[in-house]
Design a protein around this ligand. Structure first.
Ligand SMILES: Nc1ncnc2c1ncn2[C@@H]1O[C@H](COP(=O)(O)OP(=O)(O)O)[C@@H](O)[C@H]1O
Ligand SMILES: [Mg+2]
Length: 459
């Protein structure tokens, strides 16, 4: 074996010998290691033997079409880039190939520069390449805007520069913040995340800056605060758009002076943290409404990074779906599943209001529920319907749980209130009150209304 200037091996598949020779020459001249196959079946064999890092395949071939080959390849290895070539390409073919996760679709006759350019582009998203780039190794993408965003993030990771990440919920703001931290010189120190919207105003101040013992009622112990916990590392201020105005002033002062004074303390101490903040809100608008301080906003958004919603980068969907499917597979031990082409099509066109987070849930649900190796369109449609893209509030979730609980207890007791109340650990009056709140009628559970249940229970 000779040492190649380019470490990647490429499998080229075509039933046309001339094309095979031509492509091999171009790629070899550019330093790639090339293996060839004259059919889809042969290509599948070669895949296991040669373990290429990229496949270039013809669309129309004898038995197995390029599209079938693509599906088979991605069933085994969802992240392997596949470039599709076609002699008489139709737009629908190109669309379908892209939807099925091909990296590129090129029309013959293809030019040398064009194919090399696409090969290099596709290899940039290959897992190996992603491992070389600390940020890209965490974040799966192939769309152009994401590529530019990651490049920018990579550039700013090295310094202490303050980063502000905007984007809808579930788009990957936190994973990007973490990736920037991991790619920064602070990587061996803590990454501390705080959700500024989830903590009550009075607590948030002491949570961030710490407090002295006895600083307020209930402060039985000294608390060091998150700025201190994140010392020498990165502090991720998530949902900064929800930070109360009074605290915004204090945060601004901390960022200007680079020192923190714990609640109830007379002394300040210097801080050494990198700040990354994020919000799903449109902070420009929030500033205009007077709910967010403009001076703080400017201090935070030194480098603004915007995460696009999934609907704005649909090319990433097959890759992400494949990635999460493989992750799911690695956790369980059963055979790797894959999405049928029409199921994948459906996912690519779905609205995804919950973005990547929703996609993960849908993939997990499908992988768990699918009895066959191929995940069908039907299952995907159901998963997308069932999967709540916006999480309920705790209050709503509790309400729903309470209602379902009451219903099951009444079912078990055939609508017998005294028994039901006993099981629930309530007295009759309290129990009736609960039923009233949920608008539940015990008559609906009585056995005479439900002879089947009563029969079953009497057995
Ligand atoms: N491009 C991506 N590649 C891999 N995982 C991702 C990507 N984007 C988001 N995720 C995952 O999706 C979920 C939601 O992302 P997160 O960063 O918490 O979103 P946000 O903070 O914007 O709500 C997390 O589990 C995250 O790891
Ligand atoms: Mg988040």
């Amino acid at each position: 074996m000779t040492t190649k200037s380019n470490p990647y091996r490429i499998l080229v598949v075509d039933d046309d010998k001339d094309i095979l020779l031509l492509l091999s020459k171009w790629l070899t001249d550019d330093g790639f290691d090339v293996v060839i196959a004259a059919s889809g079946e042969e290509a599948l064999d070669r895949l296991n033997i040669d373990e290429p890092r990229l496949v270039i395949t013809d669309l129309f071939m004898g038995e197995m079409s390029g599209m079938d080959l693509l599906a088979r390849i991605h069933a085994e290895n969802p992240l392997l880039p596949v470039i599709m070539l076609s002699g008489n390409a139709q737009i629908p073919d190109a669309v379908k190939a892209t939807h099925m996760g091909s990296s590129a679709f090129l029309t013959k006759p293809v030019k040398q520069a064009e194919i090399l350019d696409q090969v290099k582009r596709a290899l940039r998203i290959s897992p190996e390449r992603q491992q070389q780039n600390p940020i890209a190794s965490e974040i799966i993408y192939k769309s152009k805007p994401m590529e530019e965003l990651i490049e920018l993030a990579q550039m700013v990771a090295d310094s202490d520069i303050t980063v502000f990440i905007s984007g809808a919920t579930g788009t990957g703001k936190e994973i990007l913040a973490k990736a920037i931290h991991k790619a920064s010189p602070r990587r061996d120190h803590p990454f501390v995340a705080v959700n500024c919207g989830a903590i009550p105003e009075q607590l948030l101040e002491s949570e961030l800056f710490g407090h002295e013992k006895g600083a307020f009622t209930g402060a039985n112990q000294k608390h060091e605060g998150l700025f201190k916990s994140a010392d020498k590392g990165t502090l991720f201020l998530d949902e900064i758009g929800d930070m109360p105005l009074s605290l915004q002033v204090k945060l601004l002062r901390v960022l200007q002076d680079l020192e923190v004074r714990p609640v109830g303390s007379t002394r300040s101490y210097p801080i050494d943290v990198r700040i990354i903040s994020a919000t799903h809100r449109d902070l420009d608008a929030v500033v205009k409404e007077g709910e967010f301080r403009e001076d703080l906003y400017y201090r935070l958004k030194v480098v603004p990074l915007h995460m696009l919603s999934l609907a704005e980068r649909r090319e990433d969907i097959p890759l992400l779906a494949g990635h999460f499917l493989q992750k799911h597979h690695n956790i369980g031990s059963k055979k790797q599943k894959h999405f049928s082409p029409d199921a994948m099509d459906y996912m690519i066109q779905a609205p995804w209001p919950g973005n990547v987070r929703q996609l993960i849930n849908v993939v997990d649900l499908c992988a768990t529920l699918s009895r066959t190796e191929t995940i069908t369109l039907n299952l995907v449609q159901h998963a997308l319907q069932d999967e709540p893209c916006n999480l309920q509030t705790l209050k709503d979730a509790k309400q729903e749980f309470e209602r379902n609980y009451l219903i099951s207890v009444l079912k078990i007791t055939n609508g017998h209130v005294a028994n039901a109340a006993k099981i629930a650990g309530k007295n009759r009056t309290e129990f009736y009150k609960l039923l009233g709140q949920h608008n539940i009628d015990t008559a609906d559970f009585r056995s005479e209304k439900n002879p089947l249940t009563s029969k079953n229970l009497n057995v």
